[in-house]
Ligand binder design. Structure first.
Ligand code: UD1
Ligand code: MG
Length: 495
């Protein structure tokens, strides 16, 4: 087959070898080579994200528990990127170049499918499909003597999809693509999901007869259904109970709709697990995020990536937490941004605090408003309550960092560390010029620019000495008043 180069081998790992018994005679083919012209994007369609993952990753994840003999992903546009996403799920890839339609894509995969008895075909752009739905499609197909079983859905708004032309009962006569519908057929609202279970022995002879009889001169997989029924083969339809599962993503609007459903499902799952979501429709949570019982998530919060939030936490409005771990009983006040960091139990943070990557705030510490931490550790019970920048710093236990303290960690070329011990008191508006160490129990006078280390229990003070000039202010006022008097008289004369 032209373009059917095998570009990856299938991996059968020790862990999955024993579970493959279930569907040993089944090969799964995911069609993911298309560009997605209707998205108007330089990114291939299946690489677009919905529900926090690329479309094709959702499909592969849904397939993995089926324990098929193999999963073959047909790739084309941005093949390497698609391959990198699916490979960790034990899926192999075949290259379809050029992309001459869904039927052509399946033919390209034929050699990789090998002698599997059944072939489950899925589009890479319908990511909401669930494993259980695929299982019942396969079971229905196995129980019948059908050449193909099609997963269908009844949609109130079916435009854009191929339509199912029924024969009677469960059986299908043909799939008619949108562009080929007669006026009468436009009324049909049962759609083709592009998810099919085929009997291989019936599939390949039918595919051989499919011709590129359409405007785009492509081979349509949908035409194989008409060929099969023409040969007297039986084709069945299984209507999916939740039509949302088969929605495809051809346009940006489709992507937004599908993303919406994913987010709904994730929020529903968390609420079932005992998490309170206020105005849940405003909260965005990625699929791998975990949240403990009795945690309250306020409106307009985003929990992203691999974030884990413990039990009894409160994450207040407008906060964005990515790839971070929060232990139990943490309070995140409004509008905090936390990235790739760790927050231990009983910490209070914000409002308007920012934790940049590799920060660690230990148990019971307090990070206040307009505080930025970068690659820093704040020890147990320590406080950085207001308007500070703490970068490349280690702060010990029960230390207080005064308002406006800055660690000057960068000289324009290199970054340097600041070490602050236990029970230290840094006066407000201090600049600690790194590298510098402040010993346990030391004090730094407010407004100091500290360029040398301060020993334990010492006071470091580095600022101009204050001078008070008695009577200076009242003398100044008298001088100013005298200078203004003549000008005022002139004004009153003019009136
Ligand atoms: C297809 C079906 C339509 C069905 C709809 C469901 C055909 C002809 N039409 O239409 O009946 O209602 O899906 O979502 O099959 N692809 C390739 N190689 C190609 C062309 C496509 O791998 O040469 C892949 C695409 O990347 C995509 C999938 O196949 O993941 C479906 O292709 P797409 O162009 O989205 O087909 P639809 O127009 O949605
Ligand atoms: Mg599509």
């Amino acid at each position: 087959m032209r373009g059917g180069k095998l570009i990856a081998k299938y991996r059968v790992t020790r862990e999955n070898a024993h579970v493959m018994a279930n569907n040993r005679d089944l090969a799964i083919v995911i069609l993911a080579a298309g560009k997605g012209t209707r998205l108007r994007s330089s990114l291939a369609k299946v690489l677009h994200a919905a529900g926090g993952r690329p479309l094709v990753e959702h499909v592969v994840r849904a397939c993995q528990p089926l324990r098929a003999k193999k999963i073959v992903v047909v790739v084309g546009h941005q093949a390497e990127k698609v391959q990198a996403i699916v490979e960790p799920f034990d899926a192999g890839t075949v290259l379809q170049q050029p992309q001459n339609g869904t039927g052509h894509a399946l033919l390209v995969a034929r050699r990789a499918i090998g002698n599997a008895k059944h072939v489950l075909v899925l589009p890479g752009d319908a990511p909401l499909i669930r494993t259980g739905t695929l299982k019942s499609l396969i079971e229905k197909h196995r129980k019948s003597n059908a050449a193909a079983t099609i997963l269908t859905a009844v949609l109130a708004e079916p435009s854009g999809y191929g339509r199912i032309l029924r024969k009677g009962g469960d059986t299908v006569a043909a799939i008619i693509e949108e562009s080929q519908l007669t006026d009468e057929q436009k009324e049909l609202n049962e759609i083709n999901s592009s998810m099919y279970c085929f009997t291989a022995a019936k599939l390949w002879p039918a595919m051989a007869e499919v011709k590129p009889n359409n405007r785009h001169r492509e081979l349509y997989l949908t035409d194989a259904i008409g060929v099969m029924t023409g040969k007297g083969e039986m084709v069945l339809a299984e209507v999916t109970p939740d039509a949302r599962e088969v929605l495809g993503c051809n346009t940006r609007a489709d992507l937004a709709g599908v993303d919406h459903t994913f987010r709904d499902w994730k929020r529903e799952a968390l609420m079932r697990d005992g998490v309170t979501l206020q105005l849940p429709e405003t909260v965005l949570i990625d699929p791998d995020v975990a949240v403990g019982e009795d945690t309250v998530i306020e409106p307009c919060v985003q929990l992203l990536g691999s974030t884990k939030v413990g039990a009894r936490c409160v994450v207040k409005t407008g906060s964005v937490i990515a790839d971070s771990v929060l232990d139990d009983d943490v309070t995140v006040e409004p509008h905090c941004v936390i990235s790739a960091s760790r927050v231990d139990s009983n910490v209070i943070m914000g409002p308007f605090a920012r934790l940049r990557p590799h920060s660690h705030v230990k148990k019971g510490a307090k990070i206040g408003n307009f505080v930025e931490l970068k690659k820093s550790v704040v020890g147990e019970g320590s406080k950085v309550p207001h308007l500070s920048y703490v970068g490349d710093a280690k702060i010990g236990r029960h230390t207080n960092i005064g308002a406006g303290t800055i660690t000057c960690n960068y000289d324009g070329f290199h970054k340097y560390p600041t070490t602050i011990g236990n029970k230290v008191f840094i006066g407000s508006d201090s600049a600690l010029v790194a590298p510098v160490k402040i010993g346990d129990g030391a004090y730094v006078g407010a407004g100091s620019t500290i360029t040398e280390s301060v020993p334990a229990d010492a006071l470091g003070i580095a600022r101009g000495r204050q001078v008070n000039k008695p009577g200076w202010a009242s003398k100044k006022r008298r001088e100013l008043a005298a200078a203004e008097k003549p000008a005022k008289k002139k004004k009153s004369k003019r009136r």
